[in-house]
Unconditional design. Structure first.
Length: 255
């Protein structure tokens, strides 16, 4: 995780010199908790002038939000981002953008969010976790590499995986979400997939060691010329035991 934070800190310093930096793409999930904690520690140690410039220029778009949850709900991703970044870095709500889960017309909200992202210049650097069924964002299988921001139905596997945030009850997890699509993700300047734990070893093997397929949405990420995969030893166990179909340099950030 320290190496990942090193890279993001470096990229954030580079953004200070860019006249019109693209927004960052952010993710939620338990894998991201230590990343945000370490990143905030690093950023708060910057010289005050640099920190203020970073803070004033911050703009990020999150991948997704549950349909039906207002931003004030403790289990919303908006609340998660406030806790992780908004409050520690004193960011405004318009700097940490997410779909409006409480919108009366979720389909129209997905279109609005996609338009806002496009008008902001598209994603510069995208952070991703990996679902147990191969989803990224809430792009559930089967999923093509061209889908755009939309309303999706969450799979039973995803609702079980996320039940910990809803009193361990999968039925308490909202059945729908608004998510940025693979089309927007693959258009990002660079993509960072973060995978930890033995429970993700089998799906990471499918992502990296088999041909891209709609059955494993994250496998489309291998098409990206600047894909970085940050994984611990447990998550990589099966990958290391398998011959990869491409040369290793095509996955430059494999750790």
């Amino acid at each position: 995780m320290e190496d990942l934070v090193d890279h993001w800190e470096h990229r954030l310093r580079e953004r200070l010199a860019e006249p019109a930096p693209q927004p960052m793409g952010l993710a939620t999930g338990r894998t991201m908790d230590p990343f945000y904690r370490l990143l905030v520690q690093r950023l708060r140690s910057w010289p005050q002038k640099d920190f203020e410039r970073l803070r004033q220029g911050w703009l990020s778009f999150n991948l997704d939000e549950y349909v039906g949850l207002p931003a004030a709900a403790e289990t919303s991703f908006a609340a998660t981002m406030r806790r992780h970044l908004g409050e520690p870095l004193a960011l405004r709500s318009d700097q940490l953008r997410l779909p409006d889960g409480a919108a009366s017309d979720p389909e129209a909200e997905a279109e609005r969010y996609a338009s806002a992202l496009q008008m902001a210049g598209g994603l510069g650097i995208q952070l991703l976790g990996l679902g147990i069924n191969g989803h990224v964002g809430f792009n559930e299988p089967p999923c093509s590499d061209a889908v755009r921001c939309r309303v999706v139905q969450l799979s039973d596997a995803t609702r079980r995986q996320n039940a910990e945030d809803f009193a361990t009850d999968p039925q308490g997890v909202p059945p729908q979400a608004i998510t940025i699509g693979l089309g927007e993700i693959l258009a990002a300047g660079e993509v960072h997939l973060v995978v930890t734990g033995a429970a993700k070893a089998a799906i990471l093997q499918k992502v990296l060691c088999a041909e891209p397929t709609p059955a494993v949405p994250a496998s489309w990420l291998r098409q990206h010329p600047r894909l970085w995969v940050w994984a611990d030893a447990e998550a990589l166990a099966l990958v290391r035991a398998t011959a990869m179909p491409e040369a290793p340099q095509e996955v430059p950030g494999l750790y």
